[in-house]
Design a binder for this molecule. Structure first.
Ligand code: AMP
Ligand code: ZN
Length: 492
């Protein structure tokens, strides 16, 4: 089953197939590590994760490269204000980024490249552009890309460049959306700023050249797919194309994927608007990492998503249904035999699920048949119309679902525990939900011991003791569920 994915460059759905017939080479613009990521950032990384997981589910090998932008205007400014070298300033944010990826079950790219580890390669690419007449040096020792040297400039963002002012320059990385300007490739060192000695002179790279350099270093001059959030189409990705294709004379990425924004009340979630939540904020309010993941991926990547707390509550409920169903499916017991209608429904659900994802990663359409199947299988179980022979096909649907959605297997407690440890270590316990603090004060082993003691008490008909233990656990946010197959517990 071949994935057909919208390509910003061609403006249509194109099949996504590895050019080399082996592994799909993809580059995703990574974080700028000057602060904690907000869940808008993670919406983009999550959909890229959905892409790579679906490719692997359909047998396509992936080679993903992601950059870490560990030098830029903001980092230099913030590090100076904190009186730290930039590496010391960025290290904790880089670590936090990876912890957040883990919490959200976003797979690590095959290769992670830090900008500051690739300065000589960046300088070499700029020299190549200078030789081609597409880069020029200004009096202060900075270097700019001459966009007039690349006639195809604007082909990704489909911008009309007729009003373009030749030679007008900009030196900030992320500039106005409606004007095309010559942009900085290399910024001359200013006193006190971090800089590197290169054949271009002393200075530091611009943001756009980082990505061109590292993408081509690890994926070759032409590769399969480049991805990022929609705000990167212009100027960042337009500039990457201009730099790379001018230097090599070859097409850069063939396919461009852009994830639409996470919004709050209709406006982009962003640091500068102040309307953002970090993943940590939400985990420490008591939301589960899996619910955040599901809420952020259930709306397909080509639609903007308005963030609401209701959607987190809905996702929590949906995940509970899936987990409870899976436990019921695995533990049985079911009578020998098979229900042919249910068997057919399971096969059809799996087909519909994969087809929806193959159609431009439509996660909403992919979810629906899975939840429908859970509903009908539950009904069949209630009516004793579910048989042992139905288990494998239904389980296969859940496995396919979790290969991409990754919310049924429960890693939530670990994510929350790590967020709590971070809150404790950085003096932020006052922002933690009280029930979470209580829950964290008891370990899994302690809960197991109390649950066993309660079962013992019940057996001895000491119901007062059993009830006291239940109440003691409830106070710490632990819910006990008794069933004929034994006692299960979970953290609220
Ligand atoms: P940054 O760390 O700011 O460079 O952003 C990392 C990634 O998050 C980029 O791919 C951005 O396009 C993306 N991004 C930023 N804000 C949002 C948002 N509100 N919704 C979705 N993606 C976003
Ligand atoms: Zn980039």
């Amino acid at each position: 089953m071949t994935l057909r994915l919208f390509n910003t460059l061609s403006g249509q759905l194109d099949p996504l197939i590895p050019l080399d017939g082996k592994a799909l080479g993809m580059y995703a613009c990574g974080p700028t590590v000057y602060d904690y990521g907000h869940i808008g950032n993670f919406r983009t990384f999550l959909h890229i994760d959905v892409l790579r997981r679906f490719l692997r589910l359909t047998g396509v090998e992936v080679r993903q490269v992601m950059n870490i932008t560990d030098v830029d205007d903001k980092i230099i400014r913030n590090a100076a204000a904190a009186g730290q070298p930039i590496g010391a300033y960025t290290a904790p944010y880089e670590e936090a980024f990876f912890a957040d990826l883990d919490a959200l079950r976003i797979e690590r790219p095959e290769l992670i490249a830090r900008a500051t580890d690739h300065i000589p390669q960046m300088a070499a690419l700029i020299e190549r552009l200078a030789k081609a007449g597409a880069a020029y040096r200004t009096d202060d020792g900075s270097w700019y890309f001459r966009i007039a040297a690349f006639p195809a400039y604007g082909k990704l963002s489909k911008k009309d460049l007729s009003g373009m002012e030749d030679g007008a320059r900009v030196d900030v990385d992320d500039y106005e959306k409606d004007s095309a300007r010559d942009f900085a490739l290399w910024k001359a060192a200013k006193p006190g700023e971090t800089s590197w000695e290169t054949p271009l002179g002393r200075g530091r790279p611009g943001w756009h050249i980082e990505c061109s350099t590292m993408a081509m270093e690890y994926l070759g001059e032409s590769f399969d797919l480049h991805a990022g959030g929609e705000d990167l189409i212009f100027p960042h990705h337009e500039n990457e194309i201009a730099q790379s294709e001018t230097a090599t004379g070859k097409p850069f990425a063939r396919h461009w994927m852009h994830v639409r924004f996470l919004l709050v009340d209709g406006r982009k979630m962003s640091k500068s608007e102040g309307n953002f939540y970090t993943l940590r904020d939400l985990l420490l309010k008591g939301y589960r990492a899996s619910a955040i993941r599901l809420a952020l991926i259930s709306v397909p990547y080509r639609h903007p998503l308005n963030f609401t707390f209701d959607s987190l509550a809905d996702s929590t409920g949906a995940i509970d249904r899936l987990r409870t169903f899976r436990a019921r499916l695995v533990s049985g017991p079911f009578p020998e035999g098979q229900n042919p209608a249910l068997e057919a429904a399971a096969l059809a659900a799996r087909e519909a699920y994969r087809a929806a994802l193959a159609n431009d990663l439509n996660t909403a359409d992919a979810r629906a048949p899975v939840f429908d199947l859970v509903r009908s299988a539950n009904t069949a179980m209630d009516k004793s119309e579910f048989f042992l022979g139905n288990r494998a096909a239904v389980l296969a649907v859940l496995e396919d679902f979790d290969a991409v959605f990754a919310v049924i297997a429960d890693h939530d407690a670990e994510a929350t525990r790590r967020a709590l440890a971070w809150a404790r270590g950085s003096g932020r316990m006052d922002s933690v939900a009280p029930e979470l603090v209580a829950s964290a004060s008891i370990s899994d082993a302690e809960v197991d011991t109390l649950v066993a003691e309660r079962n013992q008490a019940k057996k001895q008909r000491n119901f007062a003791r059993a009830d006291a233990i239940r109440a003691q656990l409830a106070a710490k946010g632990i819910v006990i569920e008794d069933s004929k197959d034994g006692t299960r517990w979970k953290r609220k």
